[in-house]
Write a protein that binds this ligand. Structure first.
Ligand SMILES: Cc1cc2nc3c(=O)[nH]c(=O)nc-3n(C[C@H](O)[C@H](O)[C@H](O)COP(=O)(O)OP(=O)(O)OC[C@H]3O[C@@H](n4cnc5c(N)ncnc54)[C@H](O)[C@@H]3O)c2cc1C
Length: 385
C-alpha cells in the first residue's frame, strides 16, 4: 500500500497543527487532581466543538466533520504531538458510543445524545465487564427485567473506567435467562444519576483510582434507552467492540515516550553506551512499525467501511511494544526510575515508575493479548479454533 498522505490529507494536518499551535500555548501545566482533569477534558471538548474539530469521522448529518478514519488518525497524532489535554470523551463517548448509536440507535437516541457528546456535555463510560465476564463477555449475568415501560436492572459491573466522573453508561444486561449465552442480552443507555446506582472506585497499582465497581440495585431504565432490540444486544456489543480497536494513534503516544527516553539518555550521558544506542534504535524501528500498522488498519477501515479483525494485529503489537519500551526505560534510567512521585531522588518526579506500572494494563484492556492472538489465528489467518 502507499503510505504517503494525499494533498488534501496533508492540508488537513497543516491546518489542524496551526490551530493547535495557536490555541494550546495558553494552557498551563496539566492538572494532577482527577476532578480538575475531568473539568479540563470537558472544556477541551467544548473548545474542539466550537472550532469545528469534534467528531472527525462522524457523519456531517450528526454534527461530525464527515471525514474518514485516516483523518481521525491524523487528528489523534496531532493532538498528542501538541500535548493537548486528554479528552475523556475520546475513547468511550466519541470512539464507541457515537459510532454504536449511528449504526444501531434510533433517530431519537441520535438526536438526543450525539450533540451532547460532541460538545463535551456528557461523559460516558463502558459497563461491559463483570467479575465473571471479561474475555468471555457472553457470560454476563447482570439481570434486566422488563417491567412496564422500563427494564429494571440489578447486578454488578467491574473495571468500569472513569465511571465516578461519567454522566452516562453503555450497559449490557441479560434479559432472557433461558436463551443461549450470546442470545438474551440487551444493550442499554443508562443515566448514572438514576436511583439505585453505587459507584466504588478501585485503586490500581499506580496508586490512582481509574476504574470502578458499579452496583445496580433495581435501577429502572426507560425502554426508549434500549439500543437495537431486546434480547438482541450481542449484535450491538460486536459493533461497539469493533470500534474499540480502530482509528487510534497509539504510535504517537509511544513515540512521545521514546523521545523522553532518548532525551534522558542524551542528557544523562547514557548514549555513550553502544548497547543503549542499539536499544533506542530498535525501539524507534518498532514505533515506526506500529505507525505503519495503524495506517494500514485505518486504510482497511476506509476501504471496507468498517473495522475488521486485523485491528487485533495493531492492538497486540502496540500494547506489547509499550511494555517493552517501559522495560528498557527501567534498564536505562536505573534506580531513579524505581522511585515514586514526590521522592526527591526519583527521575522525572516518578514519571517512569508511573508509566511502567500503567503499561501492564495495556495487554488487558480492550481485549487481552491472548484474546487478540485467538482473533488473529482464527479470523485473520483462518486457523482452526
Ligand atoms: C485499565 C483497564 C481499564 C478497563 N476499563 C474497562 C471499562 O471501562 N469497561 C469494561 O467493561 N471493562 C474494562 N476493563 C476490563 C477489561 O475489558 C477486562 O479486564 C478484559 O476483558 C479481561 O477480562 P478479565 O479481567 O475478566 O480476565 P479474564 O477474561 O478472566 O482472563 C484471565 C486470563 O485468561 C486469559 N484468557 C481468557 N480467555 C481466554 C481464551 N479464550 N484463550 C486464551 N486465554 C484466555 C486472558 O488473556 C487472561 O490472561 C478494563 C481493564 C483494564 C485493565
Amino acid at each position: 500500500m502507499d503510505f504517503r498522505l494525499s494533498v488534501e490529507q496533508q492540508a488537513f494536518r497543516a491546518k489542524l497543527r496551526h490551530w493547535l499551535d495557536e490555541t494550546l500555548p495558553l494552557r498551563v501545566e496539566p492538572p494532577r487532581e482527577s476532578a480538575e482533569k475531568v473539568a479540563l477534558s470537558r472544556e477541551w471538548q467544548g473548545c474542539l466543538f466550537e472550532a469545528g474539530w469534534a467528531g472527525i469521522s462522524w457523519p456531517k448529518v450528526y454534527g461530525g466533520c464527515g471525514a474518514d478514519t485516516i483523518h481521525q488518525l491524523i487528528f489523534n497524532e496531532e493532538c498528542i504531538r501538541a500535548g493537548s489535554p486528554d479528552s475523556l470523551n475520546l475513547s468511550v463517548a466519541l470512539g464507541l458510543v457515537g459510532p454504536t448509536l449511528i449504526h444501531c440507535g434510533t433517530e431519537a437516541q441520535r438526536q438526543r445524545f450525539l450533540p451532547r457528546i460532541l460538545r463535551g456535555d456528557d461523559i460516558w463510560c463502558q459497563g461491559f465487564s463483570e467479575p465473571n465476564a471479561g474475555s468471555d463477555l457472553a457470560a454476563i449475568r447482570m439481570r434486566g427485567e422488563v417491567r412496564g415501560d422500563s427494564i429494571v436492572v440489578t447486578g454488578q459491573k467491574i473495571w468500569t473506567s472513569f465511571a465516578q466522573h461519567a454522566d452516562w453508561c453503555i450497559l449490557v444486561v441479560r434479559t432472557n435467562l433461558d436463551a443461549k449465552p450470546h442470545e438474551g442480552l440487551t444493550f442499554l443507555l443508562v443515566d448514572l444519576r438514576s436511583a439505585g446506582i453505587t459507584i466504588r472506585p478501585l485503586v490500581e497499582i499506580t496508586g490512582e483510582a481509574w476504574f470502578n465497581e458499579v452496583f445496580f440495585d433495581e435501577v429502572a431504565v426507560p425502554l426508549e434507552n434500549v439500543v437495537g432490540e431486546i434480547d438482541r444486544g450481542w449484535d450491538v456489543v460486536i459493533t461497539t467492540l469493533m470500534h474499540e480497536r480502530g482509528g487510534t494513534a497509539p504510535h504517537a503516544r509511544l513515540g512521545r515516550e521514546l523521545r523522553a527516553l532518548i532525551e534522558y539518555s542524551m542528557t544523562a550521558g547514557r548514549c555513550t553506551d553502544p548497547l543503549v544506542r542499539q536499544t533506542l534504535a530498535r525501539l524507534a524501528v518498532e514505533v515506526r512499525i506500529a505507525e505503519l500498522n495503524a495506517y494500514r488498519n485505518a486504510s482497511g477501515i476506509v476501504r471496507t467501511g468498517q473495522p475488521g479483525p486485523e485491528g487485533s494485529i495493531l492492538k497486540l503489537y502496540w500494547s506489547e511494544l509499550e511494555q517493552r519500551i517501559m522495560d528498557r526505560a527501567f534498564e536505562i534510567v536505573g534506580l531513579g526510575a524505581t522511585l515514586l512521585e514526590g521522592d526527591p531522588r526519583a527521575e522525572a518526579d516518578g514519571f517512569w515508575t508511573h508509566e511502567l506500572l500503567w503499561s501492564r494494563a495495556a495487554s488487558i484492556y480492550a481485549g487481552t493479548s491472548e484474546v487478540q492472538r485467538n482473533i488473529i489465528a482464527q479470523r485473520v489467518l483462518g486457523l482452526p479454533r
